[in-house]
Design a protein. Structure first.
Length: 196
């Protein structure tokens, strides 16, 4: 029995060492994966942020008076599309920044309410293309594919017609009557008596 106990003791001792080694390796792999995950997340967050774009943008008052065309972007920090477009907008700014002003206006700042009303901002991101005199020549709303935005910026930089933008101010001629047509019993008269 003593030989059996010695061999059992040696096997259990090896078994304990194997378990410790295995547990150590598992712990090391877990630590390595955790570090890789953290570094991966940090590398994704180091791209350009909207706040960085805003702080480096041309002030609107300067952009409308310095004789260069401008791209005005209405955005919000909580806007997912705005955030996803930020790295591309930073690349465009580095490519076209010598010829075009890049202006960032945060819609959550009430200071920009007059501009939001002027350009009828009803969705973000909302891009307004201004000529060198500061007059709006085109507007686009929403996520813009890189090729379309690049074509528009190239045209803006060259003083050409923007190929992929809805132009501002072009609407169908329409004249609505000032007062409702018909009798006073018209339900659209808002205050007229309805007669059955």
């Amino acid at each position: 029995m003593s030989t059996n106990s010695k061999s059992f003791s040696a096997n259990s001792s090896e078994s304990n060492q194997d378990k410790r080694l295995r547990n150590f390796l598992i712990a090391m792999v877990a630590i390595a994966l955790s570090v890789a995950l953290i570094l991966g997340i940090k590398s994704q967050n180091t791209s350009t942020s909207l706040a960085q774009l805003d702080s480096s943008s041309t002030p609107l008052a300067v952009a409308t008076t310095n004789g260069k065309p401008s791209l005005v972007e209405f955005y919000a920090e909580w806007c997912g599309v705005c955030q996803s477009m930020a790295p591309e907008m930073a690349q465009f700014k580095s490519q076209y920044g010598k010829n075009i002003n890049f202006v960032m206006l945060n819609v959550d700042n009430t200071k920009w309410l007059p501009e939001m009303l002027k350009y009828e901002v009803d969705g973000i991101p909302h891009f307004v293309f201004l000529d060198p005199q500061g007059t709006a020549i085109a507007q686009t709303v929403g996520n813009q594919p890189r090729t379309i935005m690049a074509s528009n910026l190239e045209a803006l930089s060259n003083g050409s017609v923007l190929p992929y933008a809805q132009t501002s101010g072009e609407v169908s001629a329409f004249s609505a009557p000032v007062s409702p047509v018909g009798s006073k019993s018209d339900p659209r008269s808002h205050g007229g008596t309805v007669v059955n």
